[in-house]
Design a protein around this ligand. Structure first.
Ligand code: WTA
Length: 657
């Protein structure tokens, strides 16, 4: 393993904002920012009220800011009305920005003429969104209906999301890497009326055939609410077609009227449902609403990324994750920015594709995940040195803690020492960024996301909610509601309260551990629950366990994470099979494939270990700590005398497939 990657030592250098950067930054005056932080801390709701008034166009102005009377289900700006598609498109079309590029898309394949590039000005994007919104109406979609979006990274993904927002339909984007079963689950849970998909998309030179997955997910009677499927022809490959149910995007656009005014919606109108993994049970459909979410993502986008009109902003996330919702679609477009979207993989056709894109398009802001950076480090510097990256002025990371070695590499090799790095901490539940540097004023220290955004009241507490002193470490909580916070779990209000507001009664618990240093900087240590973070993707151990035990030959399964130098964590599954089964490598392979089929390739265990029994306490609880230690290859330490059967331990230790 590359030494640079495995070096997890703390980096003691700090990086003040480069002079030139601070001078031109939106927030470049440290004294003014300190005053602003103090004002926001004194009255967070009033601060966010100002943000919402300044940053958004309201059809009817609100008079209330936060209503917490139904805690923990917040309402923000509840008596105001607006439309987020209006804020992302129409208001820019009324200015010079109508001819500014909103979206520049690049496909993965490189033909004789180079890669396919599609550019939408704000006007063109609005026209496409209006037509598709009318298309949705033609298919019977009404305000409040749910629409599942299972699309690759193509402009139609943003168009579909914005079209839903325009008519008040609630989108639920499902990442294209999820399986038919996972897609079906989500369509059933949201009772989606329509699914929007594509025939296929390109990734690493292969076709990812999404429509086939939709056909399986919607097989006879499985998702009774779904009345139609809209199919974008991306790859023009042969696909099955169900007349009456399936509609070509192209035909729908041709049939639809061009003009569709934005529907005036109450601030608390549902905008989207997005599923994420928790420590128990099935993935939770977090519900985000319109006004508060819009205010939060618009302001964080501008301040954290120091976003300006001449920027070309590229976030490498997929729209299937919250990062794609907030910082590819809504945050940038609400600010009138130009967003770059890339369809494919970083090694396609060669390992320099990202740097080639940055050079050709002159990307100025680049936002990616630490796991990607560690992959690039492992590929060496040659692919990077082939390209001129001088257009870059700001770099960002999201999704998992960034190890200092990767941070310094990012700063020196990609940013050439010139670009501040914003390490942004947040979650699907939080809607937008909560902890991140303001790059014009913050001195950066590799490995810390620095301070809460103004108006965010974060704290580190012990198990009973007591604030922890400097460097003590504990649970990361948010003490005051914020506008982008999820409002509930779709269809399960009680579970929302229970999952997030019960560990420390009445306070939002993030599931992460952290410590705060003497400067007040937050160091995120990672999840303290049974949620794994593999390549920045959240995966619940219980989901993988349920998938495994659903296999006919599996009796019991316990899933844990082990550290991985590139992906952050890797999934290890301990499995006991039904009597007499041959615990062969072939079976391990079959079980891996089975998990991929049930959930998606992202949940495929890196390793399956067979055992005669799983180690349990006398009360029957699986001893996860012990399994984690075994999975990491560490000698098992601590008290194992409560093991029912010590021989189980020996078997596990020696049973790698
Ligand atoms: C982790 C992604 C450290 C964290 C936006 C959190 C991070 C989970 C960071 C949310 C960061 C995200 N530093 N850890 N900068 N950003 N995380 O819902 O464990 O997919 O709870 O949202 O990712 O993942 P989610």
């Amino acid at each position: 393993m590359n030494d640079q990657i495995s070096n997890l030592l703390t980096e003691s250098r700090s990086f003040p904002p480069p002079k030139g950067f601070a001078a031109g930054a939106i927030l470049g005056d440290a004294v003014a920012v300190a005053a602003l932080r103090a004002r926001a801390a004194a009255d967070p709701a009033a601060f966010w009220g100002e943000v919402a008034r300044e940053d958004l166009r309201w059809q009817k102005p609100f008079t209330q800011t936060l209503d917490w009377s139904d805690a923990p289900h917040a309402k923000w700006f509840a008596d105001g009305t607006l439309n987020l598609s209006d804020n992302c498109l129409d208001r820019h079309c009324e200015t010079w920005r109508r001819h500014k590029a909103a979206l520049i898309w690049e496909g993965e394949p490189i033909g004789d003429q180079g890669p396919e590039i599609r550019t939408f000005t704000y006007q063109q994007l609005r026209d496409a969104v209006m037509r598709f919104a009318n298309g949705l109406k033609l298919l019977g979609v009404q305000c409040g209906d749910r629409v599942a979006i299972y699309l690759p990274m193509i402009p139609e993904a943003a168009i579909a999301m914005l079209a839903c927002a325009r008519i008040g339909a609630v989108h639920s984007v499902v990442f294209g890497g999820f399986s038919a079963d996972a897609l079906g689950d989500r369509c059933r849970d949201t009772e989606a009326k329509l699914v929007i998909t594509a025939d296929a998309s390109y990734r690493r030179g292969s076709l990812i055939r999404l429509k086939d997955v939709v056909d399986v997910a919607l097989a006879e009677g499985v998702c009774p609410s779904v009345q139609g499927v809209v199919v974008v022809r991306r790859a023009h490959c042969p696909i099955a077609w169900q007349p009456g149910r399936d509609h070509a995007w192209h035909d729908l656009m041709a049939a639809a009227q061009p003009h569709c005014p934005p529907t005036e919606l109450p601030a608390e109108h549902p905008l989207f449902i997005l599923y994420t993994s928790g420590s128990t049970g099935k993935p939770k459909g977090l519900l985000h609403t319109t006004g508060g979410y819009a205010a939060h993502v618009t302001r964080t986008m501008r301040w954290v990324f120091d976003l300006r009109d001449d920027d070309l902003y590229w976030c490498t996330a997929d729209v299937g994750w919250v990062t794609g919702h907030s910082y590819i679609v809504y945050g940038p477009l609400s600010n009138g920015a130009t967003v770059l979207m890339y369809e494919g993989a970083p090694q396609s056709p060669e390992k320099d594709r990202f740097w080639d894109i940055i050079e050709r398009h002159k990307v100025t802001i680049f936002y990616t995940a630490p796991t990607a950076l560690r992959t690039f480090m492992a590929w060496g510097e040659a692919p990077i040195l082939k390209h001129d990256l001088s257009s870059l002025r700001l770099l960002g990371t999201v999704g998992e803690p960034i190890n200092p070695a990767a941070w310094v590499w990012y700063h020196e090799v990609i940013g050439q020492g010139r670009c501040p790095i914003v390490d942004t901490w947040w979650q699907t539940e939080t809607g937008g960024i909560l902890i991140a540097p303001l790059p014009g004023v913050e001195t950066l220290v590799p490995g810390t996301a620095t301070q809460p955004f103004p108006g965010i009241v974060a704290d580190i507490v012990d198990n009973v909610g007591k604030s922890q002193p400097t460097d003590a470490g504990g649970l990361l909580v948010i003490r005051h509601p914020w506008p982008g916070m999820a409002r509930t779990i779709w269809g399960d209000r009680d579970r929302y309260a229970d999952a997030y507001f019960s560990k420390i009664p009445g306070i939002y618990f993030t599931g992460d551990g952290a410590r705060r240093d003497a400067k007040g900087h937050f160091w995120i240590m990672g999840r303290v629950d049974d949620v794994l973070n593999v390549s920045g993707h959240r995966i619940g151990t219980s989901e993988v366990e349920s998938a495994l035990v659903a296999h006919a030959l599996v009796a019991e399964a316990a899933v844990v994470g082990r550290p991985d130098a590139v992906t952050g964590q890797a999934i290890v599954a301990f499995v006991t099979t039904l009597g007499g089964t041959d615990n062969s490598p072939a079976l391990a392979q079959a079980l891996r494939a089975h998990v991929a089929k049930e959930i998606g390739g992202l949940a495929r265990p890196a390793e399956i270990r067979f055992a005669a029994a799983l180690p349990k306490t006398r009360s029957g609880k699986i001893m996860r700590r012990l399994l984690r230690e075994l999975a990491s290859g560490n000698g098992v330490s601590g008290d194992v005398t409560t093991l029912e059967d010590l021989s189980v331990l020996e078997t596990l230790r020696n049973s790698e497939d």
